[in-house]
Design a protein. Structure first.
Length: 190
């Protein structure tokens, strides 16, 4: 405990008191609140439209009507604060699930392994709902991360003018997860 007796529930990023302060925990879960869905869509627009320029004004499509939206929510004092990551999953055909639109806020990409945690929840949730296969179309620069998480490339393709890998998750490494989500603690990504 600090000398002044005050306990902080946030962690300074990079050890710099003048830098960004990061929450002490993240809740990775299905989006259940209206504000979570709204913030997830805003984050997707920021990443896929603004930052990457893959889409014009909005990245939403017909899949969003039936997809399950998952979010990573930063928490302060145990209370939800901000959506800092998202991914959607859907079942195209019985047993055939797909993940897409994985996005993590730029300030949180190297914290708590949020992308990996969202992938774990996405595949585990689909597995609990009967997935026999789980695939994703992954931007080429992210394929090494997915390989480390027990995915393999089925083919290399081009989508939206960018190289992608169509990848398949090894379901043996993703136990079924039918929980409401889980807590992820801050840690620096490699």
């Amino acid at each position: 405990m600090p000398a002044d007796g005050v306990v902080l529930d946030w962690v300074p990023a990079g050890g710099s008191a003048a830098g960004l302060f990061l929450p002490s925990e993240y809740f990775v879960k299905p989006a259940t609140e209206r504000w979570e869905r709204r913030e997830a869509m805003r984050l997707r627009r920021t990443v896929f439209c603004g930052e990457q320029g893959l889409f014009g004004r909005d990245d939403r499509d017909a899949i969003d009507r039936s997809a399950l939206l998952l979010v990573a929510v930063s928490c302060l004092s145990g209370m939800p604060e901000q959506v800092v990551g998202t991914v959607r999953i859907h079942e195209g055909e019985p047993g055939e699930w797909q993940g897409s639109r994985l996005a993590v806020h730029p300030d949180y990409r190297r914290v708590a392994w949020l992308g990996s945690e969202l992938i774990r929840l996405a595949v585990g949730t689909a597995h609990a709902r009967g997935a026999r296969r789980f695939t994703a179309q992954v931007q080429a620069q992210n394929a090494p991360l997915f390989r480390r998480l027990h995915w393999r490339t089925l083919e290399q393709i081009e989508l939206h003018g960018r190289p992608h890998h169509r990848m398949l998750a090894d379901l043996a490494h993703y136990p079924p997860c039918d929980a409401a989500g889980f807590v992820s603690m801050p840690r620096r990504a490699a």
